[in-house]
Design a protein around this ligand. Structure first.
Ligand code: NAD
Ligand code: DAU
Length: 354
């Protein structure tokens, strides 16, 4: 079995759903259920014995050690993080706690666990750390994309905390021989993305007739990847990645934010015609402090070494995503009303930990 952290979040829940659709290997899912964790994403796995959910913090060393001892996973896939750049600007402390301290605690728990495995179990064990392209900083318009050898230059508190965690992972491999793998991925989009991130926020606001808040001039560039393609890349890295290595993951789909918002408006106008184009709802607002201008990923290494390539281009991926949000407006509404958390409190608030 595998231990996934942060499996109730956007990418983690997509990963677990894809994993259990493709294999019967069970998953223990350790998630604190912060505002970003939503068990409703995994409601299709209710009563599925292959998915064991445990509410807890990755910093809780005793809990993690107990889970490792009890379930003896062959791998830890570490998705759990505070992930929203804007929140990191307002309240960086949680990012240091979860992304840095949490990764440290998990590495130490993994190191102790591996020391007690037999030789073949130890040889098979992997610690896969899910990271981001934001650790590399920002690119000028004609710079080559980020590769695995691009120097780290994180600019936001979020990026700095992820960079710190990547360095810890690197050191635990180099110093202690822990079989780590690090993936650095570009912007994801797709089902179950929390509606504070650009794409789901714009879809929700467009449908509600609200302004579409574009930061600054909207000409910042991101390299968009459909979440299912990210999950497939992680599976490939887990199976055949070389311990100690980093793998950049991206879709080579560079778009300005304004073009993304235009594309979403056009899809919505086609699927749900309105009197006026949703483009008219675009409102330019004050820029994000320290806003990185451009991200782009060179995914040549994972293509060459592991044969991964994305299955979705951005046109089909965005259309699929808009259709998903149209069909699941109830999911967005329960997040906006806070109802998804009320359920969590009712169900888990008084239970304590496993
Ligand atoms: P998310 O914010 O949607 O989900 C994070 C999950 O982690 C939530 O379920 C939350 O409850 C859980 N969590 C937070 N703190 C925790 C703690 N202390 N202990 C246990 N669980 C905790 O994030 P996401 O977008 O799914 O990102 C997942 C990972 O992928 C992160 O490490 C992020 O840095 C990385 N990443 C994200 C993107 C992207 O575009 N979203 C791109 C590249 C890399
Ligand atoms: O690059 C990978 C990163 O992508 C991940 O590591 C992060 O976890 C993930 O949140 C994402 O970070 P971004 O800051 O790029 O994503 P976000 O959706 O917040 O913003 C995308 C772009 O859109 C960014 O340039 C800021 C802009 N934006 C965002 C919001 C929420 C707006 O213009 N208006 C908005 O309201």
């Amino acid at each position: 079995m595998i231990l996934v952290t942060g499996g109730a979040g956007f990418i983690g829940s997509n990963f677990i759903l894809d994993w259990l659709a493709a294999s019967n290997e069970p998953v223990v899912n350790l998630d604190k259920l912060t505002y970003a964790g939503n068990l409703e994403n995994l409601s299709s796995l209710e009563n599925d014995p292959r998915h064991l959910f445990v509410r807890g913090d990755v910093r809780d060393s005793a809990l993690v050690a107990a889970l490792l001892r009890q379930h003896r996973p062959r791998a830890i896939l570490h998705f759990a993080a505070e992930s929203h750049v804007d929140r990191s600007i307002h309240a960086p402390g949680d990012f240091v706690q979860t992304n840095v301290q949490g990764t440290y605690a998990l590495l130490e728990a993994a190191r102790a666990y591996v020391a007690e495995l037999n030789e073949s179990e130890r040889a098979a064990f992997r610690f896969l750390h899910v990271s981001t392209d934001e650790v590399f900083g920002t690119l000028a318009p004609h710079d080559p994309p980020f590769s695995e050898t691009t120097p780290y230059a994180p600019n936001s508190p979020y990026a700095a905390s992820k960079a710190a965690s990547d360095h810890l992972v690197r050191a635990w491999h180099h110093t202690y021989g822990l079989a780590t793998l690090t993936t650095n991925c570009s912007n994801n989009y797709g089902p179950f993305q929390f509606p504070e991130k650009l794409i789901p926020l714009m879809i929700a606001n467009a449908l509600a007739g609200k302004p579409l808040p574009v930061y600054g001039d909207g000409r910042q560039v991101r390299d968009w990847l459909y979440v299912g393609d990210h999950c497939a890349a992680i599976r490939r890295v887990l199976e055949d990645g070389r311990p100690g290595q980093m793998y950049n993951i991206g879709g080579s789909n560079e778009m300005t934010n304004l073009n993304v918002v235009h594309a979403l408006c056009d899809i919505l106008d086609r699927l749900v015609p309105a009197e006026r184009s949703r483009r008219g709802q675009i409102a330019f607002v004050a820029d994000r402090p320290g806003h990185d201008r451009r991200y782009a990923i060179d995914a040549g290494k994972i293509r060459r070494e592991l044969g991964w390539q994305p299955a979705h281009d951005v046109t089909s991926g965005l259309e699929h995503t808009v259709r998903w949000y149209l069909a699941r407006q109830d999911w967005v509404a329960r997040i906006q009303s806070g109802a998804y958390q009320e359920w969590v409190e009712r169900n888990y608030g008084t239970r304590g930990q496993a």
